[in-house]
Every structure is written in structure tokens, then in C-alpha cells.
Design a protein around this ligand. Sequence first.
Ligand code: WT7
Length: 645
Amino acid sequence: MPYPYQLKSIEEYNIAYQKSVEDPEGFWGAIAENFLWKKKWNSVLNWNFTEPKVEWYKGATLNITENCIDRHLDSMAHKPAIIWEPNNPGERTRIVTYSRLHKRVCQFAQVLKNNGVKKGDRVCIYMGMVPELSYAVLGCARIGAIHSVIFGGFSAQSIADRLEDAGAEFIVCCDGAYRGSKDIPLKSIIDDALIGNKTVKRVIVYTRTRTPVSMIKGRDVWWEDEMEYAETQVEKNGVVSFPAEEMDAEDPLFILYTSGSTGKPKGVVHSSAGYMVWTNYSFVNVFQYEQGDVHFCTADVGWITGHSYIVYGPLSAGATSLMFEGIPTYPDAGRFWDIIDKHKVNILYTAPTAIRSLMSYGLEPLKGKDLSSLKILGTVGEPINEEAWHWYDENIGRKKCPIVDTWWQTETGGILISNIAGITPARPGWATLPMPGVQPVLVDEKGIEVTEPDDRGFLKGNLCIKTPWPAILRTTYGDHERCRTNYFATYPGLYFTGDGALKDVNGFYRITGRVDDVLNVSGHRIGTAEVENAINMYADVVESAVVGYPHDIKGQGIYAYVILGNNKHQEETTRRNILETVTRIIGAIAKPDKIQFVLGLPKTRSGKIMRRILRKIAEGETTSLGDTSTLLDPLIVDEIKNGKL
Ligand code: WT7
């Protein structure tokens, strides 16, 4: 499968970019010709950012799984679609060819149908990183059900909230998941999440760890039994088929929950056609994928990176996607390098936090590992510090592999700002140039475009995007107003990312981090308000305030200031109880790294917590805390400073 739209020189990039800005409809109409449609569109783009309303390829119909699987069967039936590397070394690798993937997805679509799942129904998927997770995702897409994948690290309470918000009636899960030396009892967590739930009718359980599970009569069924039954339904005379549901271009493909600065996580909704075109286009271009390459994205499918660059982007391009069940440090810190050597990986896409963590083990784990198959390296999820960038470049890429620093978000569906591997220039710490179709703008607090460079010659402001690209979120599930206020109301007429950025004279962007109350811990997005709510659930807590602070490995750590009630406290026990509470309410990923007990919090006379001050103290800044004169009780600041952990 050649990619006529793959940019091969900086001139081609410049021309494409120009055309995408001057004539977006012509540009994206031409790109869309490279996909399989059941019916072509009437118009390429209708939009306004006021409601907001965005429609790409209106009038067209398609099924994304025909683009990810069926259309490759003629020429690539025996090519590996997924190479699966298990968590436990010594266990067998599994290779799933396109033809096998087709069979499994058809079978699972039939399983869903047999269990009463219909187009538009919400199916929650809570599985470890096994190939069956991809079958489940694609099986949903095949019949037009909306999948909502929940990362295996989230707690029962988090799942319950998401199930309710999505009105999900079906769950697909595993008995358990292996993650390093741990064995996470996924089904048991689902059982807890379902206490009191009235909407879920069916739970399909895939056996991975053989941990004992309770199967509830009339509700829970085994994946293996269902698949075996479905096999005879989809396979007739050796031919496998299951009709792909005809979806409107704008029909929702999936919901993925993500944290914001306020309230509970919101369900970001992505469309079928636009999302497909964008993940494919960005995959093929940013990573310069060539037929036969093995692409290894180390993310979990529970996050957007896994959706877009393990499943939909690579498969729609007929690529080979490597899926790894485990973690980078198990059984030792050489695991990634073993996998690259074993499977001759050509493209490695990972997170700065993983690079920093592996860096801390030194070069010993690299000894004897042949990394010469690597051609391209990528990073995503947070700003990459120069030290980590150079370590990656020298020791993993042996200074021969372009590194792409890809900036994007759950809401953007795919990469928006990034260099294009080997085609446009890289610069450590800079995401560099926007993809064709992306028009970034930096604005000040009032929403006015920044035009005056600072003393380093950089424009500095809040990062917004002026016009829609095909994979922009369409809504937040069940609450369109929340989508409007969150992303389109801060600066009317613009999509606001929540990030701050710099722009240099070459038009390169450097993302400096969130400007809202959202933390980025090990590349995971966590709202400070969510963590505070969880801490406040603990019986003895009166009030809390959570901020981020620089952390060597995680990028950001979580620092919680907590006011306790009048009971007598054993600090260590209380600390442990608070951590347990947060784990219970959100999941272990949201556990504070530091908890400081305080007598009060710095508040303005109107009662607003001044996080700016708390942030500075957590960062270790003690002298210039800025103006504290508007505080209700300025003395509280000294007390907090003196007690800093
Ligand atoms: C936030 C989005 C995109 C998939 C994984 C995270 C930060 C993401 C970069 C980058 C600097 C980055 C931003 C963004 N971020 N990529 N290359 N350089 N920061 O998705 O959970 O939706 O988080 O991650 O702050 O807003 P997410």
C-alpha cells in the first residue's frame, strides 16, 4: 500500500501546509479519496466554533474497520497486523495477521450481536494489553457500537462513574491483567463497580491470568465460549464474513474519558470519518511509515495514544503494530531493548517519563542488545527535557534516528504539532511545526493574538487552534455545553488547548505545559480538583489543595496540602489512609507523592485558594512568592513554608 499523501521533502510539507490553509476542503477532500467509502460526501467541512459544530465529510458513509482490515486482505492477508509481546518473558509471542484479525473481529462483532449489542450502544472495555483488546475495540466499530475503553489502573469507583455517564449496558473485561510482577484482578474490580449499577446487562470475560472470578448467572459470560459459538456463524465454507455496519461520517466512534480542571472526567467523543483520516494521515507522515516497518508504540490502549497509534492509525495504513502487555522495567530495565532486538522494531514511540526512568538505570541494560533496526524515534505526552532527548538520541537512536516530539491531546484525536521524521527539522524540547490543516495561534489572557516577542525573541502565550482539523473532538458525551465552555468559550472563536507555548522566528512551537489546573504525572492527565475531592472523602480531612511540582522521573509530582479535623492524629497512619482513599476513589495513578498537613490554606478575602503560592512553595521557591497582601491571613504562608516537605 503506497501512500500518495506521504510528504517526502520540506518543500512538499510547505506546499501541503499552504494548500491546507488556503483550501482546506480541497486538501482534505483529496486525502479522503485514499480511503474506502460506502458513499461519498456531499460536503467536506461545515463548522462554527460558537455552538460548537464541526462536520467533516457530511453525507458520506463508511465503516472504519473495512479501512483498517478488509481493504488490506487482497494484498496483505498474511502480513502481521499485530505482533503481541507478553508481559511474562518466556511466554509465547503472538502474531496476528490481517486475515486472522479479520476473522477475530468478525467473530467478536457476532458475539456482540448475539449478546444484544446494537449500533449506538455504549460498550465499556476494561482489559489488559492483549490482542483481544483490539478485537473488542474493532468488533464494536464493526457493528457501530461506541466503545469506551477504561485504563486498567482506574478504580471501581472511577469505572462506576464512567459507566453511569455513558449509560453503558455492556462490558468487556479480562479476569485479570499482568503488569510487571503484579496481577491486577480486573473482573473483581468490575464486580465492585457494578454494585448498585442498574444499566449493565452483560459482562464478557476473557481469560488471561486464570485468577478466580465470580461469574454472575444471567449477566456474565466467557469470551471463549461466545467466540466459539460465533465462529460457526461467521464462517461458511471457509469464508469469513460479518457485514460492516454502514456508519455516517459523523457517527460517534468512541468515547474516551479524560480529566479537566473541574469536576469529574469528561467523555471526549470522536467521530468515524474525520478521526480515521487524521490518525492515518498523521501516522503515515509523522513516522514516515514504510511498508514492512514494525511500529512499536509503548502506550496503553486505555489512553488516546493507544487508540490512535496502536490501533486505528497503523491498521488503517496496513502497518504492523507491536503491542506490549508489560512495563519497561520488567523483568528488568532492558525489556524495551529486548523487544526491539527480538522483533526488529523500526519505529519506537514512547513517553519522556519512560525515557527518564530507563535513563536512571544507566547503560548496563543496553549491553548486547541490537538496536540497529531502529529508524525513527518518537515521544509524546509531556515536554521532554534536553537531557532525556540527548540520551534517547545517543544511546537508543545512535544519532542516526530522527526524533519526533509529537504534541497533541485526547481531544485532538491525533498529532497536531510535530516535526516530520527526517523531513522537517527536529529541535530538542520543541514540538516544532504544525501538521497540514493545523493553524495554531498564541493569545494573551484577553484572547488577543501575541505579536510582541519577549527578550529571547519568542512569542509566548496560551495555545489555541483557529480552525477545525478532521479529528477534533465533536462533543463531551451527554453534555455539549460542557464541551463549549471547556474548549470554545475561554477565547471565543478559538479552540483552547489548556497549554502554554512559545513560538520562535522559524515558526517552531515549544509546549511549556498546562496553564490550567490539570497535572501531567508520568504522561497521565489528572485534574487537581479530582484529587482534592478524593482526599476530602477521607473522614478526618477538612480541606485540601493539590498542586504539581517538578519530579525527576514523572515530570510532575502531586503535592497535597491537607487540613485535618480535630481528632488526634498519627501522621503516618493518616497519610497512608489518605493514599488508600485516593487509590480507592480514582486509582493508584492519582496518589499524592507528598502530603503536608497544614493549619490553613492561603486564601483571598473572597475565599479563593491562591494556588500560585502553593505551587511556588511546592517547587521549593521560598523568597519571591509574589504579592501576598490580598490574602486573608498572610501569616499562614510562613507556617506552610516552614513545614514544607
Ligand atoms: C496534554 C494532553 C497526546 C497523547 C498523550 C497525552 C501534554 C502531550 C506533549 C508534547 C509537551 C505534551 C500537553 C497536553 N503533551 N504531548 N509532545 N510536549 N506536552 O494526552 O492525556 O490528553 O494530555 O499532554 O499538556 O495538553 P492527554
